[in-house]
Design a protein around this ligand. Sequence first.
Ligand SMILES: Nc1ncnc2c1ncn2[C@@H]1O[C@H](COP(=O)(O)OP(=O)(O)OP(=O)(O)O)[C@@H](O)[C@H]1O
Ligand SMILES: [Mg+2]
Length: 265
Amino acid sequence: MTTVTGSGLDVAGLDVDLDRTPVVRSVSCAVAPGGWLALIGPNGAGKSTLLRAIAGLLPHRGTVHVDGTDVTRLRTRDRARLIAYVPQTPVLPPDMTVRDYVLLGRTPHLGYLANPGEHDRRAAAKTLGALDLGHYADRRLAALSGGERQRAALARALAQEPRLLLLDEPTSALDLGHQQHVLDLVDELRGSRRLTVVTTLHDLTTAAQYADRLVLLDGGRVVASGTPAEVITQDVIARVYAARVSVTTDTDGRPVVTPLRGSRA
Ligand SMILES: Nc1ncnc2c1ncn2[C@@H]1O[C@H](COP(=O)(O)OP(=O)(O)OP(=O)(O)O)[C@@H](O)[C@H]1O
Ligand SMILES: [Mg+2]
């Protein structure tokens, strides 16, 4: 097993083809342990494809190291101890209860054929509470709202206690309060557990508030990377997104993006 030191995540020279179409090209990026990287870019830029490749779910060229381990070579189960991934549109088993679903997150930590133990049940219950789902533990997943389902998928990923958390648009179905709560929770875990985080986020102001580094993808390639203030500028957003925005700065020096409507006909 190849090891490199220093990074929570190290991606080098990643290429992904889907149905022989190049979708991700020559992507390299590194995130320090406990760091938060946000992938941004317009629809079709390759953000979800890149996340799926990092999660080991797509064939690719190039290397992916997590805490120094070359994860491409790991078996699925060993990879699942290191990496948790929540897709943009999670598909959940409708008849399973929320509690059992979140407990599935513990599977990579169990011995073969072993049942979840006390520690696993406690980890699942704690995560359910943290995501404000304690009252729904015995509900079937089909009987949750869209935002509650999204929180259940996040709860399963957190119960997995990974080293690297990959979240694809984790707040797309959440109300403002739950958005902040979920992002604050993830932020706290990177402090307390040195959890390394990679998210895609369409809301650029939110991405700038939570991530310490941004990678802007366009046409499958990295077109800008750096701190939020380095990447999010009016010119770059106008060029890459074909959007009218004003970019101001909050009291922490982070960019705030305000969309501007066009002139009325
Ligand atoms: N099987 C496939 N064959 C060819 N191209 C594909 C295939 N699946 C997806 N694509 C294309 O790959 C590109 C990248 O898709 P991806 O889902 O990674 O984009 P994204 O940046 O996550 O976009 P969004 O912001 O809409 O979620 C898109 O143009 C998409 O149409
Ligand atoms: Mg996507």
